[in-house]
Design a protein around this ligand. Structure first.
Ligand code: SDX
Length: 384
């Protein structure tokens, strides 16, 4: 009699391949990342966020005319619907920023005539509206919640610079624009991370782009994923001064406390994005009045990299470790960091929704039942 093999449960789907993708390749052993075959170092060195988004959505780097037309499309969507803007002040005082963004990003669908159309062309428009819209939304939500005048978008600035302009009310420096572009390029896509996989599962039911993006934003919020960038910055602030790093590190080890921004499910060496953001953070720190945060991060990373506990588990700084410093030096408060992550990853999520809809298979894994079997039903009056 054939003995049926006990199904194997792989917790967290660790190492399991559930689909193919042409969007990004994460080489965890060698610490390399490619978008549609292009090394992220080249995309950061020579291009901007608009070019990377075009590459993810269309599969090739844009020609001059394609780039200009694409940039104009995104610029148009920087302007949010008037009635949506009127909704911004209506949430209770003290609403956490990601709740506001999750609410208003979802509401954006109501103004999108193609929101329920899953064709490629319609989803490319949904994607442009969401990618440009979330940046304007974050800037406006932040201005409203901090009692500042809303700043209208500019037509002459690229996506990264326009966001900083709308957020701060001032035109960003060349270094700040370059750092913001690098940040947005590096966070754009990263294989089947938890939030992207959430978007794919949602899209696999043939649900729409907006539902998939809002679901992904919910997954990103968790501290083991997109919430780690805020947690990393808060730990640097908790340490307070480079002199405190050693004692803090020893105490964290003793308490088995996770150091946020360290470790990765796939990278078993430096996250290549961390290396690039580290240099951007260094430049910004040198020009800022608060260089201590970069010094704290460097000293803490050095302690972890040289400690057997981290070496044995191949735990290295990940994108969030230095991404946190870059956005801090750009003047963004920590409570907005997960949304900063989403400002970029929305482009990757959208690309994955389009890829899923192009060759769909409903995602429906199994769960091994380990609960009680065959229990007799006892009428309520007889239950003790
Ligand atoms: C992102 O998936 C992606 O691609 C995500 C992302 C993307 O671009 O989308 O790259 C973005 O989310 C980056 C990761 C951000 N999260 C953090 O920085 C949170 C801190 N990191 C850890 O929680 C952890 O490293 C994870 C969640 C990132 C990955 O963890 P795994 O693969 O599930 O590994 P694990 O939790 O099973 O840990 C293995 C061991 C454990 O110790 P032992 O049980 O062997 O004794 O390593 C330890 C863990 O306790 N460990 C850490 C640690 N991370 C893992 N110990 C101290 N500090 C840490 N940061």
């Amino acid at each position: 009699m054939s003995t049926q093999r006990e199904p194997q449960v792989v917790r967290g789907l660790e190492g399991i391949y559930v689909a193919t993708t042409e969007l990004s390749r994460v080489d965890g052993e060698n610490g390399r990342l490619y978008y549609r075959g292009y090394d992220i170092h080249d995309l950061v060195k020579y291009g901007d966020f608009e070019e990377t988004v075009f590459l993810l959505w269309y599969g090739h780097l844009p020609t001059e005319s394609e780039y200009d037309a694409f940039r104009k499309r995104l610029i148009n969507y920087r302007f949010l619907p008037e009635n949506l803007i009127k909704m911004l002040p209506l949430l209770p005082q003290g609403t956490i920023p990601i709740t506001a963004i999750r609410t208003f990003l979802s509401a954006l669908a109501a103004w999108d005539p193609w929101a329920e159309d899953n064709s490629r062309d319609a989803e490319l428009e949904n994607a442009a509206r969401l990618t440009a819209g979330i940046a304007s939304l974050l800037a406006k939500v932040q201005r409203v919640r901090t009692g500042q005048e809303i700043v209208e978008p500019r037509l002459d600035l690229d996506h990264a610079s326009n966001f900083l302009y709308m957020f701060t009310g001032k035109e960003p420096s060349t270094e700040a624009s370059a750092a913001m572009n690098a940040f947005l390029i590096l966070y754009a896509d990263h294989g089947f991370n938890a939030s992207t996989f959430t978007a794919r599962v949602t899209a696999s039911t043939l649900s729409d782009m907006y539902s998939a993006i809002v679901a992904a934003l919910g997954a990103l919020k968790g501290p083991l994923h997109g919430g780690a960038m805020e947690a990393a910055m808060r730990q640097f602030i908790e340490i307070g001064h480079p002199e405190n790093v050693d004692a803090w590190f020893e105490k964290a080890l003793a308490q088995k406390r996770r150091i946020m921004g360290i470790g990765h499910r796939v990278y078993k060496t430096w996250d290549p994005r961390a290396r690039i953001l580290r240099e951007r953070a260094r430049v910004l720190a040198e020009k800022s009045s608060e260089p201590q945060w970069f010094e704290i991060a460097e000293r803490l990373a050095e302690r972890a990299l040289n400690h057997p506990y981290f070496q044995e588990r191949r735990l290295f700084p990940n994108v969030d470790y230095y991404g946190a410093l870059v956005v801090y030096y750009l003047g963004i408060p920590p409570e907005l960091y997960t949304i900063m992550f989403a400002l970029s990853r929305v482009a990757g999520w959208a690309a994955h929704v389009i890829e899923q809809h192009a060759d769909n298979r409903l995602m429906r894994p199994r769960a091994l039942y380990v609960g009680p079997e065959h229990r007799e039903y006892v009428p309520r009056e007889k239950r003790t």
